[in-house]
Ligand binder design. Structure first.
Ligand code: AMP
Length: 532
């Protein structure tokens, strides 16, 4: 027997319908990189999204076709999110900071048919055009010289029509993650997973959004679905303030001017903002909550922000988890805790909202589920309706038969359910919220004729959270300095990937199977401090 309630598929277009009908005049503000500003509102976003959906359909976009964006945060980008899904397409947001070969791989793997981009990324588009022949159509969000401009493209379209219909398990969005070894992997979000995530994420224990919220998402729209903000914000009817770029002065100015009370971004952003506030003496009187995630938030910064009366939501998550895994939801005895113990709690990764399950399993074989005793550390696993099951186009599931997804993070879980990340099994380094591949760095380094073996590991850094160092074994009798090696690497990897230090050792630790033991190496360098 089935239940007897109405058919209402959990499709993300319901979000924009709700926002336009119930919160239509709530503003969406953009500050462009050149300092100019634009204003629209949720009704305007829906109108333009419908025009875009009609333009896409007229162009021949079929359900589930991928439409890519290579853009920073602004309202036209937001319109394109709803326009793409409204036409039944799959929105593929691309991180412009990745390297050309990663971009080329992702665009071709996704089989993107249309690319919408910011004029400032024209050089990237020009380099990729021949390498990505499946892209049929380029649209520039600005009034660029090289491609039709977004507003001109949709101008003649009708604002009437219906959103594409379909089932709630159909895909709506594709995000690639480079936080793994090998090629970036695509995570294909569904309408249903996105809706459940959005409904959960706006709750008080998570992002705490409602119609009084004025949100400035510093988190880019290409990072893990902008943490779900464009979806949940529509459900809440929040005002949004977008800044194209993350210049601290522009961010602070817009926060003050628009009375922003909620913001979200990686820890490096908050460090830069605090520095700017210290050097200029300005404050942000309206800001009451900041969501921080993507990397561990250093305790002194947590303390500093909390001392100013801000609520910190220190969240852990991944592209693979849509991205909310845990948040810094206050436990039941919060008000009885003293300030320092509150800070200690917020410096950890918090607790899961309903909808996410976590556990730690031992790293050995066979893996056993570890107790939640605050001591036993092991591989962090997660499951739930907005956790990846299979990467895009993968033949096998990324999860075991019982659905647990192995995050590549190592953690302990405290008796009250608080998650504390302690290490990582995946071989990557996260600097300023962006991934650096240890393997690529090592492969480049061993290309030097004097290098026998090299291992890259992440070292805690006060500004970037982690920076890479390279630990190198020279070939017998060979002579190479750190400077030589840096010069050698400089045209092989991006500048910001270059190791902050190069240490020479006689031997690297190895596992029983002969692989470099990153765990032992990280242990050896646990007390290592970078000079800056
Ligand atoms: P991404 O898919 O790029 O969002 O990266 C997800 C990964 O970032 C996680 O698996 C963690 O390794 C790391 N990460 C995310 N949030 C946190 C956090 N609050 N503290 C420490 N590491 C984090």
């Amino acid at each position: 027997m089935l239940g007897a309630m109405q058919d209402w598929e959990l499709r993300v277009t319901h979000l924009i319908d709700h926002a336009a009908t119930e919160h239509g005049t709530r503003e969406i503000v953009t500050r462009w990189a050149d300092g100019s500003e634009s204003r629209t509102n949720w009704a305007g976003v829906r109108r333009d999204a419908m025009k875009m959906a009609n333009a896409l359909r007229r162009y021949g976009i079929a359900p589930h076709d991928r439409i890519a964006t290579l853009a920073l945060n602004h309202h036209r980008h937001l319109v394109s999110w709803y326009g793409v899904v409204g036409a039944g397409g799959v929105l593929h947001t691309i991180n412009p900071r990745l390297f050309d070969d990663q971009l080329e791989y992702m665009i071709n793997h996704a089989e993107d048919r249309v690319l919408l981009y910011d004029a400032m990324f024209q050089p990237i588009v020009d380099r990729l055009r021949d390498k990505c022949p499946r892209i049929e159509r380029f649209i520039c969000f600005d009034s660029g010289d090289h491609a039709p401009a977004f507003e001109d493209w949709i101008a003649g379209e009708s604002a009437e029509g219906n959103w594409a219909s379909g089932g709630e398990r159909e895909p709506c969005m594709l995000c690639y993650t480079s936080g793994t070894t090998g090629h970036p992997k695509g995570v294909l979000y569904e309408h249903r997973s996105t809706m459940l995530h959005a409904i959960t994420a706006l709750q008080p224990a998570v992002f705490n959004l409602d119609a009084r919220s004025v949100v400035l998402p510093v988190v880019p729209m290409f990072h893990a679905a902008s943490w779900g903000l464009p979806w949940m914000g529509a459900a809440a009817g929040a005002k949004f303030v977008y800044v194209q770029g993350n210049d601290p002065a522009a961010l602070c100015e817009m926060m003050r001017q628009e009375k922003v009370n909620v913001s979200a971004g990686v820890p490096t952003v908050w460090l830069a903002l605090l520095q700017h506030m210290d050097s200029t003496g300005i404050d942000l009187p309206e800001l009451r909550q900041v969501v921080v995630g993507g990397s561990a938030m250093p305790r002194p910064i947590v303390e500093r922000l909390m001392a100013q009366g801000l609520r910190i939501a220190h969240a852990w998550g991944m592209t693979e988890t849509s991205p909310i895994g845990t948040t810094g939801a206050e436990p039941w005895d919060w008000d009885a805790r003293d300030f320092q113990s509150q800070v200690s709690y917020k410096a950890m990764q918090g607790r899961v909202p309903f909808g996410v399950e976590i556990r730690c399993v031992s790293l050995g074989d066979p893996a056993v589920v570890l107790p939640r005793d605050g001591k036993a550390s092991g591989a962090l696993q997660v499951r739930g309706p907005w956790v990846v099951k299979r990467y895009f186009k993968a033949l096998d599931d990324a999860t075991a038969a019982d659905q647990w997804f192995d995050t590549g993070d190592v953690a302990v879980i405290h008796p009250d359910g608080t998650l504390q990340l302690t290490d990582r099994t995946k071989d990557v380094i996260k600097s300023g919220g962006e991934w650096i591949s240890s393997v690529d760095l090592e492969n480049a380094a061993v290309g030097h004729p004097a290098v026998a073996e090299a291992a890259a590991i992440g070292i805690t850094h006060p500004k970037w959270d982690e920076r890479p160092i390279l630990v190198v074994v020279r070939k017998p009798g060979a002579d190479v300095t750190g400077e030589d090696l840096r010069a050698f690497l400089s045209d092989k990897v991006a500048k910001w990937w270059l190791p902050d230090a190069i240490e020479f050792v006689d031997a690297l630790p190895h596992t029983g199977t002969g692989k470099i033991s990153k765990k032992d190496l990280r242990d050896q360098f646990r007390e290592y401090r970078l000079e800056s």
